[in-house]
Design a protein around this ligand. Structure first.
Ligand code: ADP
Ligand code: MG
Length: 241
């Protein structure tokens, strides 16, 4: 049975896909049979009338994963709004049963799964109030919170971690993304966040040039993750009870 980690963001555009892509790449490059899972994606790319899930395409390209789009991302919406609104606008309700089925399929085929949420944590998925955090809890995965490195991140990170914990999600680590090394607050943010949450910052990913998920530009992402993330620790974290 696969072990997994669910990557939660403090917000949309915070770097969940960049981080998830880096983690899936690292694990796969070290020989761990790992798959990506992005159950719901809105704002898909329209290429010659075909809807392409941009996040999924990016992670597959970075990591060399060859799984079919429909198994990794069962719900693909073209409208760039929240999942529930997109599902209503496109008249295609999200059936959590379908997400469960795909997850079970991936679990039987891979040893590790790194999942990515949509937006932040408090994200409605269905009309009857099933939320993204219900899914994280139900899939019984540990989670990692991806946060921005700069100003404002203490508030967003601590709120997200505390809320996640209050609904029973096991937050095992924090990854700070977009670190520049030239802002007065970045190093202090790391220290304060670790102290307030008592959760370790397991990686600090620097701001890189030439990286764009939608345009499939990956800059030096692979080298950056080789440098900043300890794979053994990541595996230990996924194997923790
Ligand atoms: N470490 C980084 N360095 C430079 N640009 C980044 C970095 N992380 C994210 N970005 C930029 O932000 C965009 C959004 O990141 P993404 O991972 O798609 O966010 P999310 O999945 O949380 O919505 C990317 O396309 C990229 O242009
Ligand atoms: Mg994303």
């Amino acid at each position: 049975m696969a072990k997994g980690i669910f990557v939660i963001g403090t917000d949309t555009d915070v770097g969940k896909t960049v981080v998830t892509g880096g983690l899936v790449y690292l694990l796969r490059s070290k020989g761990y049979n790992t798959c990506y899972f992005k159950p719901v994606l809105s704002g898909a790319i329209n290429e010659d009338g075909c809807l392409i899930p941009g996040d999924t395409r990016f992670v597959k390209a970075v990591s060399g994963l060859e799984e079919d789009y429909q198994n990794i991302t069962p719900y693909i919406f073209k409208t760039p709004v929240s999942p529930l609104l997109a599902s209503k606008m496109e008249d295609k309700p999200i059936d959590v049963g379908v997400i469960r089925e795909k997850f079970q399929y991936l679990k039987s085929k891979y040893d590790y799964i790194v999942a990515e949420g949509s937006g932040g944590l408090i994200v409605p998925l269905t009309d009857d109030g099933y939320m993204l955090y219900d899914l994280v809890r139900e899939l019984d995965m540990h989670s990692i919170v991806v946060t921005r490195a700069g100003l404002g991140t203490i508030n967003h990170t601590v709120l997200t971690v505390r809320y996640a914990q209050s609904v029973g999600i096991r937050v095992k680590g924090i990854i700070m993304n977009g670190y520049t090394g030239c802002s007065l607050c970045e190093d202090d943010n790391i220290e304060v966040i670790e102290k307030l949450t008592e959760i370790p910052v397991i990686g600090v990913i620097h701001r890189m040039d030439g990286i764009d998920v939608e345009k499939l530009e990956m800059g030096d992402l692979k080298e950056e993750f080789e440098k900043r993330i300890n794979v053994k620790k990541l595996i230990e974290l996924m194997n923790q009870l």
